[in-house]
Design a protein. Sequence first.
Length: 262
Amino acid sequence: MKAILTDVSKCIGCEQCVAACAAEHRLPAVIPARWTEGDGLSAQRFTAVVRKGGSYVRKQCRHCVAPACVSACPVGALRKTADGPVVYDAGKCLGCRYCMMACPYGIPRYDWASAAPTVRKCTMCAATRLEAGRPPACTEACPTKATIFGERDALLAEAHRRIREAPGKYQPRVCGETDVGGTCVLYVAPIPLEFLSLGQCQEGRVLPTLTATAMAAVPPVFVTVGALMGGLYWIIDRRRKLAGAPAPLPPAPDGGDKEKGR
């Protein structure tokens, strides 16, 4: 499974990763809107650099190992690929925005300015680069190698090595190793990174288990409600016919129309 490791101590805030992402996905210039959260992400920006104290922290989709957005989507518009990225199919999307409510990191954004709005977020360049054996644009563009790409297990080992060899430089944990069941975007940092989530993400707590039962019931509920509504319509229509409700008048013959026009 592929992953990204970001070393916050190496980030200089140059935002070349942001520019590379925008160029790769042909994203337009961002026009700030009153409903944006002020974290730099939007339907036109899939990654952003947030300043926290004296550190720069890159924010993007965390590509969870067990993504809550995927489990919350009733039509399968979001799916977790075997390679690691969580990708999106706009053709299946209902526009319900359940994924936005489910994400513990507040990542998916709705393209409110579009006439046919969709949900937008980082896909780890799955279609444009990973399928061709190339790394994501953001990791390739980073001049200080603050963000690197590789196999998740290898990146976890590298993250622990850095913490072990410089314990005073980093917080004593790899952010994303076990948070909400683990993510494919990992961090080592000199500062706590709880501000990246919409609350306290409990280590090892797999969020889809909280919604799996309810979401599994959605298809049968749709079918059952449809059958009930169809049955009610048949009963009401049959009662109307038995009560002798007048049938609709047949169309007048052509001859009648000619007489009326004389």
